[in-house]
Design a protein around this ligand. Structure first.
Ligand SMILES: *Cc1c(COP(=O)(O)O)cnc(C)c1O
Length: 396
């Protein structure tokens, strides 16, 4: 008989009762070091006092009123995201896929309002991941996600990642914009090369099209800056956020320049839950922590040390770890053994990680991870690698 929960996930046989910092605890008393952070989402770890108190207090006051009314918590959160980004205006929603849908609609609408309704196609990249809605599985462009769901939604063209020549060749009279992850997360922690985002910006300016960044995984401090584009020296026209923005509470957002946002007039786009008092309170509590003096610097410091230790581990076991990838606390180990086998070996040692494409094991700890946590993770990774590289002893 089918399980009551639909069988669309490959779940590990683990259930957590509570968490504290970077650690999760099962009901039977086992503890696990969480270097997956619920897929780069529990940005402040588990049981963060500021975040949990803010949510509890707001839940007791008022959770939801709808966007028929002003929502001061959302006004504050939007103003803070604007102050700390390229953007002028923010739309709130509830997930990453929904944020990307909004971003695509904003790009198309801006082109239409600027007298170019024929420009509606979006260029995306091989290996990208943009979510699971009908349009976003087409933007993602991986046949595995599309199969069986009817014809792909039209309007998404794919070119190889990190190839500016291919990108420029793909821009046509119907192109409205480009959507790209600064680091492909699900695709295997593949970073844009240093000239790639500046090259995309230049191409967008030359052809009069818009640059959209999917910072759902790379944003909110993950790379050691609030947004990953800050490393590139360029700014986009529009950016999607989710995952770490609510620290585990579902919040998505689209941040846009005024030139884009002014086209999203009343009635053009919307969502019932988006930016409700509870969600916006969660976002504000996350920003309270992330904008506190020293927070992002400590992410960067932790990241440098963790990467150094991972490089040393890779040097010790080149037959298992081919390469260390990524930036900040979004790191990947490109493996020679199956990443799912390594993931299982890590669970045996008490370490939670996330598999990614390209046979990569993803490490995305909460941004509050301590030096001791990182040292423990390295030890567990080492043991997992040793367990995997030992020849199997035949059972007696
Ligand atoms: C997770 C993710 C999404 C989809 O977010 P959901 O909240 O699962 O809809 C989109 N883009 C990127 C880069 C992501 O990492």
């Amino acid at each position: 008989m089918i399980s009551a929960l639909m069988p669309n996930y490959n779940r590990a046989d683990l259930a957590f009762e509570r968490g504290e910092g970077a650690w999760l605890f099962t009901a039977d008393g086992r503890r696990f070091l969480d270097f997956g952070a619920g897929i780069a989402t529990s940005s402040l770890g588990h049981g963060h006092p500021g975040l949990t108190r803010a949510i509890a207090e707001q839940a007791a006051r008022v959770m939801h009123v709808s966007n028929l009314y002003r929502i001061p918590q959302a006004e504050t959160l939007a103003a803070r995201l604007v102050e700390h980004s390229f953007g002028d205006s923010v739309f709130f929603c509830n997930s990453g896929a929904e944020a990307n849908e909004g971003m695509v609609k904003m790009i198309r609408k801006t082109m239409a309002e600027n007298g170019h309704p024929e420009r509606w196609r979006i260029i995306c990249f091989d290996g990208a991941f943009h979510g699971r809605t009908l349009a976003m599985i087409s933007a993602t462009g991986n046949p595995n996600y599309i199969k069986g769901f009817g014809p792909p939604v039209d309007g998404f063209d794919h070119v190889p990642f990190n190839n500016l020549n291919a990108l420029r060749d793909a821009i046509g009279p119907e192109t409205a914009g480009i959507i790209v992850e600064p680091i492909q997360g699900e695709g295997g922690i593949r970073s844009a090369s240093p000239d790639f985002l500046p090259g995309l910006r230049a191409a967008c300016d030359e052809f009069g099209i818009l640059l959209g960044l999917d910072e759902i995984q790379t944003g909110m401090g993950r790379t050691g800056k609030l947004f990953a584009y800050e490393w590139s020296g360029i700014t986009p026209d529009v950016m999607s956020l989710a995952k770490g923005l609510g620290g585990g509470f579902p919040v998505g957002a689209v941040v846009a320049t005024e030139a884009v946002a002014r086209n999203i007039r009343p009635g053009t786009h919307g969502t019932t839950f988006g930016g409700n008092p509870l969600a916006a309170t969660a976002g504000n509590a996350v920003l309270d922590a992330m904008l506190a003096p020293g927070f992002l610097e400590s992410v960067a410091t932790r990241a440098v040390a963790l990467r150094r230790d991972l490089e040393a581990l890779a040097a010790d076991y080149p037959s298992v770890i081919e390469e260390v990838r990524g930036q900040g606390l979004l790191l990947g180990l490109k493996l020679t053994v199956p990443n799912t086998a390594m993931q299982a070996a890590c669970v045996e040692q008490g370490l939670l990680t996330v598999a990614a494409g390209d046979n990569v094991l993803r490490l995305a700890p909460p941004l509050i991870v301590t030096a001791e946590d990182c040292a423990a993770a390295i030890m567990m990774l080492r043991r997992a690698v040793i367990a995997l590289s030992e020849p199997k002893v035949a059972a007696q």
